[in-house]
Write a protein that binds this ligand. Sequence first.
Ligand SMILES: Nc1ncnc2c1ncn2[C@@H]1O[C@H](COP(=O)(O)OP(=O)(O)O)[C@@H](O)[C@H]1O
Ligand SMILES: [Mg+2]
Length: 363
Amino acid sequence: MSDKPTMIEFRDVHKYYGDYHALRGINGQIRAGEFFSLLGPSGCGKTTLLRTIAGFEGIDSGAVLIDGKDMARVPANERPTNMVFQSYAIFPHMSVGENVGFGLRRDPRSKAEKAKAVEEALEMVGLKGYGGRAAHALSGGQRQRVALARALILKPKVLLLDEPLSALDKKMREHMQVELIKLQRQVGITFVLVTHDQEEALVMSDRIAVMFEGEIAQLADPETLYRRPNSKKVAEFIGTMNFIPAQVISETGGQIEIEAKGLGRATLPADQCPAGRGDAPMVGLRPETLTLLYPGQTATDRSVDGVIDEVIYFGDMTYYDVYLGGTDVEVRLSMRNTPGRPILEVGSKVDVAWSPSALVLFR
Ligand SMILES: Nc1ncnc2c1ncn2[C@@H]1O[C@H](COP(=O)(O)OP(=O)(O)O)[C@@H](O)[C@H]1O
Ligand SMILES: [Mg+2]
């Protein structure tokens, strides 16, 4: 993956809407053929950044490069990009085929060649044979496919997708996520997806830029973002994380010794201790890195005693909120409900296994 050439590059991009500083120094690269997501809460600047790639939005300073070329003087219609919008504007009075072929209306190819291109694009999105149908009669998921086919038929180098699945219900959205991943692999075009849904970003992306307030907080692959978030803010935004007050005891040669309330002391390598952001020192650990020990089991690494305060049953999983080591530190841990593993009750005394390698220090 990392040897792929750069397709899009942001160089210190700033953008104002009047006095409002919407993009505050964006730097980063999107690789050719990558499924890339811009992830962040509503209003953080995702759509704005996407529109600077498309050329729908000018920038106040910095540069956006596509395929090595500065886009400053390249108008939107001459950029090698195409956008699929949140509210995919399908022309209801046209057929599916006419909708898909709309972008080819000034294309010099023959009618037969264009019809073939439409059919190919429809096949790509799983709508083979739908060309003659009325567009207004389509379901939400089918409309989304038509919008995709309409964008892909123009063979852009980059496909820009602004929350394309947000109008679909949960089941359909999950289905289309998988379809989109398959489609991206098949066509090999660089996809840039905007989403506020962290799960969607984790599922779909090769890499993700997490944005807050006009800045990229962290740009990494999903596993790195999940396991090694570089700040408490990123950690909170992605998945569930327990935060436990901690103290730094000593720092020597890249090793940091900490004492976490309820867990005790641990020595962490530097990659588990991202550069300081001024947070009060605390360690973060994910629910699935903590394990309840059933009778007869022993910890492979460390363990601490606890008392179950809450049991939340999810069918395949159970969440337990547990007070650790006789303190007021409460953590949430998750256990898979495998056959023969009983659900424990509130008030039970338990041992909880944990590992220093699963900790991240924020400070
Ligand atoms: N055309 C505009 N004029 C003024 N402010 C805008 C405009 N477009 C977006 N904004 C503001 O810029 C910020 C980022 O918007 P946007 O990029 O749409 O966020 P996101 O897509 O992450 O929800 C928001 O505070 C929004 O209100
Ligand atoms: Mg948006």
